[in-house]
Design a protein around this ligand. Structure first.
Ligand code: ATP
Ligand code: MG
Ligand code: MG
Ligand code: MG
Length: 474
């Protein structure tokens, strides 16, 4: 008998409760009292108050299942087997209480004990920070992993440049040769590489230093543990699903989209599969984010939602769905998640209304954009040109919110080429402007940058250039 996603989530929380942890409910995706953070992007993000000492928890051992959104992974959705916009991070935390030994032993027990996940130990690999000889020793001598299953990774130092930091150790599950990315000898196919064969499931962070303003590292008075495990990835393993999407967390949404399409079935082609996955992922993120009080708009969080919705609508078009449909998926999402997150069903009507209004507005935008595009096209033709230039494509995209894919489709139908390079140039300039804006945002609070989106991009990846004072460790 196969475990359901609800069971896996519950088992994780039960396990850590049995180890003396208190269960904290998931907090809102919208950060509370934290202007430096766009979205809650990890379990630790909502527990910051305990880690920085501003609130003392009743129990220094905490466990949670936390809704998280990572905007840096939106482009990965549907292309990789393992990335979502919104996912659940399961975590156990020690606020100056237990440290490395317990964190590693408990992780191993949860994953391999027949009473819990019962994973085959042969399938598990861990990465460690090369100078973290203590973690290596624990994995090897106390847990009994062979050295072939312990991989040094220079990047395994969690450090965002300020505040608590330290080495980390990540756990990977070998999904087997069938999951090798490209060629069997692809150099990326190793535990710790960005690949699907060795699926990263859990990150254990051993936070023991304070990265100070002068660049030095000082041992923290209290060492902390912060871990994060991806629920959807765990479920893909226990349900033997090729990707996170063929699990009970996503299949009902995908089947509902099949019905709405009536033309394309899941599995018909790799291209349309991506569309199903993107739609399922995005409506989940939209439903929860709107349920948590975010609304589509032209900036910040709202802009993220607007983009997610528009992408989902465009993928709907690829499946032959030409009218508002996403709102019909809200109750499907709500029902899948109701056992732990009743909030979507509780606000179903409101969420549906927001999604539907936004979808219908976008359809109007598309129609207006089409009118402008047709004008551009007739000008190009009148001048005997054969290519739409990058500036025009960008303007349609940036000013009118008109999707580039659609521009290309229409242009091709008209026998015109599009200047990809020119468009990319404009996009690049746009990204630079965004980056400049973001770094201003970050410099506003260095300490609290601990949990900004900067963390999303570099999260648990660390900086290999980091000056690590090994003397502090040994
Ligand atoms: P990856 O290398 O696969 O992108 P990550 O190293 O960025 O993952 P962490 O920051 O270490 O991920 O987060 C802890 C755990 O959360 C990961 O081990 C993974 O199980 C899960 N996770 C992270 N990002 C995502 C995502 N976008 N979708 C689903 N699960 C995720
Ligand atoms: Mg990542
Ligand atoms: Mg990783
Ligand atoms: Mg990681």
């Amino acid at each position: 008998k196969e475990l359901t996603s609800s069971q896996v989530r519950k088992m994780y929380l039960d396990f850590f409760q049995s180890k003396g942890h208190s269960i904290e409910p998931s907090a809102s995706l919208v950060p509370v009292n934290d202007p430096t953070l766009l979205w809650i992007n990890s379990g630790v993000a909502t527990l910051k108050k305990y880690f920085d000492g501003s609130v003392v928890p009743e129990n220094p051992r905490i466990t949670n299942a936390q809704k998280s959104i990572r905007t840096n992974d939106i482009e990965n959705v549907g292309k990789t087997a393992r990335h979502h916009t919104m996912f659940e991070m399961l975590g156990n935390f020690s606020i100056g209480d237990y440290f490395k030994t317990e964190a590693i032993h408990w992780a191993w027990e949860f994953l391999t004990s027949p009473e819990w996940m019962a994973f085959d130990p042969e399938k598990l690999y861990v990465t460690v920070y090369p100078k973290d000889t203590e973690a290596k020793r624990i994995w090897h001598e106390e847990i009994g992993l062979t050295m072939e299953h312990i991989i040094d990774i220079e990047d395994n130092f969690w450090d965002i440049g300020a505040g608590p930091c330290g080495p980390d150790s990540e756990i990977f599950y070998d999904r087997g040769e069938a999951f090798n990315d490209v060629a069997e000898d692809d150099p990326e196919n190793y535990p710790g590489g960005e690949n699907e064969r060795y699926l990263e499931i859990w990150n254990l962070v051993f936070s023991e230093f304070n990265h100070q303003a002068d660049g030095s590292y000082e041992p923290l008075p209290h060492k902390n543990i912060d871990t994060g495990m991806g629920l959807e990835r765990m479920v893909s393993i226990v349900q033997n699903a090729p990707t996170n999407f063929e699990t009970d967390l996503f299949l009902p949404i995908i089947h509902a989209v099949e019905k709405l399409s009536g033309k394309v079935a899941y599995g018909d082609s790799p291209q349309t599969n991506i569309s199903f996955k993107v739609i399922a992922d995005h409506i989940r993120a939209l439903s929860f984010a709107i349920g948590d009080g975010a609304l589509p708009s032209n900036e910040g969080r709202g802009y993220v939602l607007r983009r997610l919705l528009r992408r989902a609508v465009m993928h709907g078009k690829k499946l032959g769905i030409d009218e508002a449909f996403l709102y019909k998926l809200v109750p499907v999402v709500g029902n899948i998640m109701v056992s732990y997150y009743p909030e979507v069903l509780q606000q179903q009507e409101f969420i549906e209304k927001v999604v539907r209004t936004e979808e219908e507005r976008f359809h109007e935008t598309i129609n207006e954009g089409l009118a402008i595009l047709n004008e551009v096209i007739s000008n190009v033709k009148a001048e005997n040109q054969t290519t739409l230039n990058g500036k025009d494509i960008f303007k349609l995209y940036d000013t009118y919110g008109f999707p580039v894919e659609l521009t290309e489709e229409v242009a091709e139908d008209e026998g015109l080429k599009v200047d990809h390079e020119g468009f990319e140039k404009e996009m690049q300039a746009q990204r630079e402007r965004a980056r400049a804006a973001r770094s201003t945002e970050i410099s506003m609070g260095v300490q609290s940058a601990l949990l900004t989106d900067i963390k999303v991009e570099s999260s648990f990846v660390g900086y290999s250039e980091t000056e690590y004072t090994s003397s502090l460790l040994v």
